[in-house]
Design a protein around this ligand. Structure first.
Ligand code: ZN
Ligand code: ZN
Length: 362
């Protein structure tokens, strides 16, 4: 039996995102059908429509979500009807070289796939779904390894954020940068991921957490997340950071924008021997220039953090426990609660640098 659900679709590149009726396929072996309860508006969704990424169309947007399992296919072992789950947009296969070598976040079956077809149709033609999910929809069909069960007490809106921004931000701090107590951490770009980085850096015992954004309006959010300093981004950023770090520069810079200019700024604001962690997903033609001599003499490390460099099957339940026992507060992250049709307005707020996360309630 097929099911008809509403979903947010972009029919062609550069076109508007509109709520359309989608037909879900009958689920197959190893698949689950999930009633989506909350879905966050992530910067990667904006990147799907603003030209940064070039996904195929038509495309159902959305990938940061939580919900309730309403049907399971044959041979499904990790989920049961009624489970509350977080959706995982990069489920590891557990068979490839990377999965076998403890790096499931680099799993070769899912890396770099912006959008897949999974049997969902629009006007009887196949539609693509963002990151294998297309979670701005009332229901999704996904492989069972793309759902992670979480306790029923966990709020669906908070649970949604665990699936992308919070896992990405906290993982960048804990796993990639490995921030130590007393260290100084510069965070550039204060969207959902950047604010999660701020909170995680503070929780890791960082001495100084210097939050940077182009928008002065982010100051209150940065302080609520635990920033010790807030700086409006400018050409004088590296000088400004040096003044605040005894002339050396920060021990860590975590870049959450994904632009050559901000990666350069992160590099220059970091101390000799410091670490630059790139979390933002940038464009293929935006080149970062660093002098060969600078790479040697600065002795800095530049690396990327993909999906928090975490095993989501372990990290998401752990984050859920941290939220439930009060170790991790995410209340400041959700600034707008909206409906599906309001997502385009949320993209505009995001592009203007307003607010933190908008969460669609379904
Ligand atoms: Zn995301
Ligand atoms: Zn794999």
């Amino acid at each position: 039996m097929s099911h008809y659900v509403s979903g947010l679709v972009v029919r062609e590149g550069g076109g508007p995102a509109t709520v359309e009726e989608l037909r879900l396929p009958e689920i197959g072996p190893g698949q689950v059908r999930v009633r989506v309860r909350a879905a966050g508006v992530c910067h990667s969704d904006l990147s799907m429509i603003n030209g940064t990424l070039r996904p195929p169309h038509p495309l159902v947007l959305g990938h940061e979500a939580s919900g309730e399992v309403v049907e399971v296919g044959e041979h499904v072992t990790r989920a049961a009807v009624g489970d509350h789950v977080v959706l995982n947009w990069q489920p590891p296969c557990r068979n490839c070289w990377f999965c076998d070598h403890g790096q499931p976040w680099l799993c070769s079956t899912s890396s770099g796939v912006a959008a897949l077809e999974n049997g969902i149709t629009l006007d009887d033609a196949p539609v693509h779904v963002t990151l294998g999910l297309g979670a701005f929809a009332e229901q999704v069909v996904a492989p069972e390894n793309a759902v992670i069960a979480v306790p029923r007490e966990l709020d669906f809106e908070v649970a949604a954020l665990l699936g992308c921004s919070v896992l990405t931000g906290s993982g960048a701090v804990r796993n990639t940068a490995d921030v130590q107590p007393g260290e100084s951490v510069l965070v550039i770009g204060l969207g959902g991921v950047g604010l999660s980085v701020v909170a995680a850096a503070r929780a890791a015992g960082a001495g100084q957490v210097i939050a940077v954004d182009v928008s002065e309006a982010k100051k209150g959010l940065a302080e609520a997340a635990g920033a010790t300093d807030f700086v409006v981004s400018s050409d004088a950023l590296s000088k400004d950071i040096r003044v605040r770090t005894e002339g050396r520069g920060a021990d860590h810079a975590i870049e959450c924008v994904g632009r050559a200019s901000t990666i350069r700024a992160a590099w220059r604001a970091t101390r000799r021997g410091g670490q630059v962690t790139v979390v933002g997903m940038g464009a293929a033609d935006d080149m970062v220039q660093i002098a060969a001599l600078d790479i040697f003499s600065s002795a800095r490390t530049l690396r990327a953090s993909v999906y928090g460099q975490a095993d989501p099957d372990i990290a998401v339940p752990a984050l859920a426990r941290d939220v439930l026992d009060g170790t991790l507060s995410l209340d400041h992250l959700i600034t707008d609660r909206i409906e599906l049709a309001d997502v385009p307005a949320a993209f505009e707020r995001m592009a203007r640098g307003e607010g933190a996360r908008s969460v669609v309630r379904l």
